[in-house]
Design a protein around this ligand. Structure first.
Ligand code: NAD
Length: 518
């Protein structure tokens, strides 16, 4: 293994960051381009989940810092919206290039702080770069359609305007990519961005802000990308209640998302909600089982089951269930668990002790509800927040399988008919990602049809996790209905205006209405 900590230290010092604890004014948590020193010095310590040791500390935003950030972002919006979209795109291009320069150390930092393996940490930064590239192209394509007017010498069309300050509240498990999904699009759309990251991953957010600052300085810009690190119950609450923030893009649990939706709706603000999933694969009896095995392992065990798209439920046709279960139970113990920055490790730790407690509580509930633990179920004997990936033989009445436990627990169900499998698949509250494995065109098409999966993402012969940025990402039902990243998700960051122009000398009314004054 290379000297990971040494590399990250160099990355920090290149950015002017401190990797030590207790240096009270060193790593600040509020920024508009300028770092803001709060009056109250409330420290947040970032913990390495692989050994439970502190990495560095950050001074969180206080109320005055909050005010400074929001008012700066609101002020910056008035000039940023005037910059032509393709020119805004040039700034985002530069950001993507700067992320290319820092991809390696930033990816390592993601792994160090959040616990995903290095290849996934690097993949997350690649996703940020891909989003910037996507947004650059988009900056010349923010177009609306023309519609034929029913009135002579009239022209009708739609156009899109920037919204204002966009609040981005992100979850710990994609500590930097989710910001980029939102920030790259919002920026080319002409919005300014205020980011409140998860308190479980503050260092990666500080590092990203430093990278943004370097780019914005080159363009003589200020207040476009802003940072606010602080507790959800104070900083997050202020943000979702703030009338100056017309859109809050929230990624997190369904419980919190419901609160964000209600709070923003009460003030007629908008929200984009990317909430919990309870994702499933249906395996038909004609499936290629080698493909299934590989897909299940990555989707259920990858990121230690801490992806919103992680595979949680597996529906197996009765005829192939015994052999697939046998292969899975054999493969699970060969997964190397350990320090996510070490070569060969496939599963790192959970994010914190609370997540371990949730995992263990779910195992208790599984036993109580009649689930059979086929493998895993324990806690490895080592420092850090590690658990064993677990396979459970489940039955449809198990309430615990209807919840999202953010840990590597896979519930396996058997079914007889495909219709029965689809009904079980769709019976949960969440509706994020889904997949079918089959060689039959008819089965695949049924799954993709309106009689099939009710999720925002539906795949054939691919696992539930690992989406590309080109498509719109998001889920239905209690997953919140939001869409981010590719396709036309950008429309969520703009306001639509319908314009009708009369270039004739008459004033005809629509629908043939007459209103003549003699
Ligand atoms: P969480 O709900 O605990 O926290 C998410 C964010 O909300 C954090 O930044 C937190 O500080 C903030 N927050 C807490 N209280 C708040 C308040 N009162 N007002 C405003 N913000 C507040 O989620 P988590 O544990 O960080 O992440 C895991 C969850 O996120 C899982 O449910 C997962 O499925 C979901 N997730 C969904 C997607 C998706 O795209 N659908 C992607 C990633 C994660």
């Amino acid at each position: 293994m290379t000297d990971v900590l040494g590399e990250i230290k160099k990355f920090f010092s290149d950015l002017g960051l401190q990797l030590e604890l207790g240096i009270k004014d060193s790593n600040l948590g509020a920024c508009t381009g300028e770092w803001i020193v709060p009056d109250e010095k409330k420290e947040l310590v970032s913990i390495n989940p692989a050994d439970g040791e502190p990495i560095a500390s950050i001074i969180q935003a206080d109320e005055a810092a909050y005010e400074k950030v929001i008012s700066t972002a609101a002020e910056a919006f008035t000039s940023w919206r005037i910059v032509p979209a393709p020119v805004r795109g040039e700034v985002v291009r530069d950001l993507g290039n700067e992320l290319r320069v820092f991809k390696d150390p930033l990816g390592r930092l993601v792994s160090l702080e959040m616990g995903k393996i290095l290849s996934e940490g690097l993949g997350e930064v690649q996703e940020m770069i891909d989003m910037c590239d996507f947004a650059v192209g988009l900056s010349r394509q923010l177009y609306g359609p023309n519609m034929p007017s029913e009135r002579p010498r009239h022209r009708m069309y739609e156009q899109w305007h920037p919204l204002g300050v966009v609040g981005v509240i992100s979850a710990f498990n994609f500590p930097v990519a989710v910001w980029a999904w939102n920030a790259a699009l919002a920026a080319v759309c002409g919005d300014t961005v205020v980011w409140k990251p998860s308190s479980d991953a503050p260092l990666t957010a500080v590092a990203v802000q430093h990278i943004c600052n370097r780019v914005m300085k080159r363009h003589d810009l200020h207040g476009i990308f802003n940072l606010l690190i602080g507790p959800g119950r104070s900083v997050g609450e202020r943000l979702i209640n703030d009338e100056r923030v017309p859109l809050v893009s929230f990624t997190g649990s369904t419980k919190m998302g419901r609160h964000v939706a209600e709070t923003t709706a009460r003030r007629f603000g908008r929200s984009i909600l990317e909430l919990g999933g309870n994702n499933a694969i249906i395996v038909a009896d004609d499936a290629d089982l080698d493909l299934v095995l590989r897909a299940v392992l990555f989707a259920a065990v990858g990121t230690a089951g801490q992806r919103c798209t992680s595979l949680r439920r597996l529906f197996l046709q009765k005829a192939i269930a015994p052999q697939l279960i046998e292969r899975l139970v054999k493969a699970y113990p060969s997964i190397t668990i350990g320090d996510p920055l070490e070569d060969g490790v496939l599963m790192g730790p959970l994010v914190n002790e609370r997540a371990v407690a949730d995992h263990l509580a779910a195992l208790d509930a599984i036993r109580e509800q009649g689930g059979e633990i086929l493998c895993g179920g324990g806690r490895p004997d080592r420092e850090g927040f590690f658990v064993e990936p677990t396979i459970v033989k489940a039955h449809p009445d198990m309430e615990i399988a209807r919840e999202e436990t953010f840990a590597p627990i896979l519930y396996v169900f058997e079914y007889e008919t495909f219709d029965e499998a689809v009904a079980m698949h769709n019976s949960v509250d969440q509706g994020l990602s889904s997949a079918v494995f089959t060689e039959s065109m008819r089965t695949a098409e049924q799954f993709l049809s309106h009689e099939g999966s009710d999720c925002g993402i539906a795949n054939v012969n691919i696992g539930t996790s690992g989406a590309e940025i080109g498509g719109a990402f998001g889920g239905e039902k209690h997953t919140g209905g939001g869409r981010e990243a590719g396709s036309d998700s950008w429309k969520g960051y703009m306001r639509r205006q319908t314009c009708t122009i009369n270039w004739g000398g008459e004033l005809p009314l629509a629908q043939g209405v007459k209103f003549e004054v003699e």
